[in-house]
Design a protein around this ligand. Sequence first.
Ligand code: ADP
Length: 295
Amino acid sequence: AVFNFGSINIDHVYSVPHFVQPGETLSSKDYQSILGGKGANQSVALAKAENDVFHVGAIGSSDAAFITQMKSAGVNCAHIREMSDVASGHAIIQVTPDAENSIILFGGANQTLSHDHIATALATAKQGDWVLLQNETNAIADIIDKAHELGLNIAFNPAPMTESVKSLPLQKLSLLVVNEIEAEQLTGFNDIEKMKQALLAAYPSTNFVVTLGKQGAWYINQETSAFCEAFKVKAVDTTAAGDTFIGFFLAAFQRQESAEEALRYASAASALAVTKAGAAPSIPSAKEVHDFLIS
Ligand code: ADP
């Protein structure tokens, strides 16, 4: 199983003719509230890849209905705490007719993981289980340290990247998944070969996935190097491409599939995700990925 200590965000998406200007009151023609957050997306992707996944996180109690969407995708939500005194993590998103967006993000309940919450969730993990983290919750160093003490495998997706990521105990990770920009920020190099060498030198016992958008994705460790080109699809919305990739990659990786197979599976799933609008709703099922791969 995977214990995903991750964010749950409510994305409030407003369609606007232009971004609101200082002092302006602007009417929106369309409004949707959508389940999002890198954590929730990755849990949904793992569940859709038919992997056991426990989401560990928090949400404002008035938004608890959003958990139903995670449950119906197959995510175990027993470790999601409903908070009566804190707002849910959320994003206020303006989208213009030419598909540009501007986003205000509020961490809210995602920043309230307590020692008790973390310890209670980890107490139910078994040898061989994985802990997955992104950079949208508090207590990341703590969770990495505790999971490592318990001998669990740890995967980390340092997104969105911040300076503080460099001081986390990253040498304890089994798997680090970064996109090109995150790899550049982490290593200081913008050349892919130099990035790979820097990652391997800094964290010798970690496996790495570096995703390169529509170019494809690398998997590297001290012994192996594998690359998978992205599948050619008509891209509609690349939101959650990386989250879908991580969920499907980790599912295949847990099943002990080869690096090449895991990359291919994850690349197919994320290619399908970019053909649909939205975050969690665009993540395909294992069957859709399987059918796409044999078509
Ligand atoms: P992130 O969303 O975290 O920035 P990337 O943009 O690197 O991550 O995308 C992750 C993976 O999704 C890529 O490695 C690729 O396999 C797939 N992907 C992303 N964009 C496209 C696209 N336009 N067409 C096909 N596959 C894509």
